[in-house]
Design a protein around this ligand. Structure first.
Ligand code: FE2
Length: 251
């Protein structure tokens, strides 16, 4: 799939579309620090220039991964929206809710033991605590408000009903607010990545230090996929669904 797409015109490739076509491209882009979720709506060429990586090198790696890959990818872009919402809640929201109470005590322990020698650990703790709090509130808002609206739009379309938006003029309003929160969370984890030198523990780090860095890295990776599924698949489809519903009712 990559090979076929890339041979058409590599200069036209948009970062988010690469991952939407095959989620396994995510780890290759991540390796080079290319953001495919919050800043995914831009040409690969531009993202590569920013990170000083050649487009050809990235494409070659994507093609190799595709050729050597025998697992069938998850085709999120074809999933029913209600199913995608359940997947996001059961996989990503659930992961975040479980990871935070495991990670925070490890981070506290590392700061208390090594904070004097490595003062930046205090900054990491403070940033992560904010991310944790904001993510919990963010997921609550998605589950109690936005995801309900999207499910409702799916039902309205199915039953030819005119949607009543309960205070929102359009689904775009809560979506814009959730996208802004994604950008904040992504930026905070990027800052943690910088402070930890790409999650590289010091040579003499203890096991809790290494574990904490690994957990932070896993948290960021999961966040990237999570935000990609919402920003690049669920939200545009919800907006398109609302538009088609308006046209359907008007005709
Ligand atoms: Fe979200």
């Amino acid at each position: 799939m990559f090979r076929e797409t890339f041979q058409q015109d590599a200069n036209q490739l948009i970062v988010k579309d690469i991952v939407t076509k095959n989620i396994k491209a995510a780890h290759i882009l991540e390796k080079y620090g290319i953001d495919f979720c919050c800043k995914g709506n831009r040409p690969l060429k531009e993202a590569c220039a920013e990170k000083n990586v050649s487009v050809e090198k990235i494409i070659s790696e994507l093609n190799s991964a595709e050729t050597g890959d025998t697992d069938s990818p998850k085709r999120y872009e074809n999933w029913d929206l209600k199913f995608l919402i359940e997947y996001i809640i059961n996989n990503h929201h659930s992961y975040v809710r479980n990871a935070i109470p495991q990670l925070l005590p490890h981070l506290e322990k590392v700061v208390s033991k090594h904070g004097n020698k490595f003062p930046f650990l205090n900054d990491i703790k403070s940033i992560f605590k904010d991310v944790a709090k904001e993510m919990q509130q963010h997921m609550y808002k998605e589950e109690k408000i936005l995801f309900h609206i999207i499910r409702y739009l799916v039902d309205c379309y199915k039953f030819d009903e005119k949607p009543k938006m309960n205070g929102f003029k359009t689904v775009k309003d809560p979506i814009e607010s959730m996208e802004a929160e994604h950008t904040n969370a992504g930026g905070a984890m990027e800052k943690i990545r910088e402070l930890t030198n790409n999650f590289t523990p010091p040579e003499d780090a203890c096991n809790t230090f290494k574990l904490t860095y690994k957990e932070l890295q896993d948290f960021e990776k999961d966040l990237h996929i999570h935000v990609h599924l919402e920003n690049n698949i669920l939200f545009p489809k919800a907006i398109a669904l609302e538009n088609s519903l308006i046209n359907k009712i008007a005709s």
